[in-house]
Design a binder for this molecule. Sequence first.
Ligand code: EPU
Length: 302
Amino acid sequence: MRVEDPKLKAELSDLGVDIRSGACMAELTSLGIGGTTNLLRITKHESIPELILLLERHQIPYKFLGGGSNLLVGDGELPWLILQLAKPDQEIVIEGHLAHVDAAADLGRTVTFCAKHDLGGMEGLIGVPGTIGGALRMNAGAYGMQIGSYVREVKLYRAAKRSIEILRGTQISFEYRHTSFAPDDMMLAVTLELPSKPFKEILQGIRICNEKRRSSQPLGQKSAGCIFKNPPGASAGRMIDELGLKGLSVGDAKVSDRHANFFVNAGEASARDMLTLIANVRGRVENAFGVKLEHEVVVWDA
Ligand code: EPU
């Protein structure tokens, strides 16, 4: 999808939106898969309602991208524009037990920044790639914690109301890899309320989580983290492993040899390859265990 109309381009520019044409989603996602489109970088949160109205008036479909680390995007020329928040100069402000964080901030950097201010709780998320906004929308979690537990307030663009709003943490439901935000709501900023802990203690927790992750997940390879959610009381990774599917591949899309719920792009995998592999593994798990695995990865197929 291209923005060609000079008048529209000028209007976008007036809203503080930078247009990057020919953006390649393979370069903007951790899986390294995805076709091309125009990328609109938003520099002012306040301009979002007007931006959405403008795109709708021109009947231009769009999708909102976070850090691209839990995402499988389709191949070829994509039929929608991508919107993404530009990183602000100051991503995190600490105020006592509160961390005010821009949605575009890097998740790992936020964990360590808070740690340096003796604020803990988020150690489990170290090593999870992506932005705070993405982690919030998916209620990212690991090693017994989830980000939702620490959310005091969220600033978001609420698609249904076409306006920017502040929600209290108690107004949002955070479940396993799921939140009550609507699919087209856009996370803009969050205030986390974190427990005090000495930096050294947090650092120790961070080291332990890093070590666990390094020993069980294919960190150096292109992936989108776990492909499937764990069904209640079971582990998708263990089921896939038990079926002997580690190493199974379609083109360059491959079930990781290290963790069977991570599917890696071992070279030039296409979205088609990856989707075929996902469907294949899902079918085999259903046949063997009678369990229909649900995607954990978000799929934007063209
Ligand atoms: N297992 C196997 N073979 C494998 C992978 C796992 O037998 O190939 C076994 C493990 O030995 C373990 C059990 O399955 O007994 C669970 O494995 P693991 O501890 O690695 O956790 P997981 O359930 O596979 C979940 C999250 C991860 C998160 C880790 C650590 C989901 C879908 N996955 O993985 O999150 O990092 O726990 O807390 O909830 C993600 O969200 O993308 C993600 C990677």
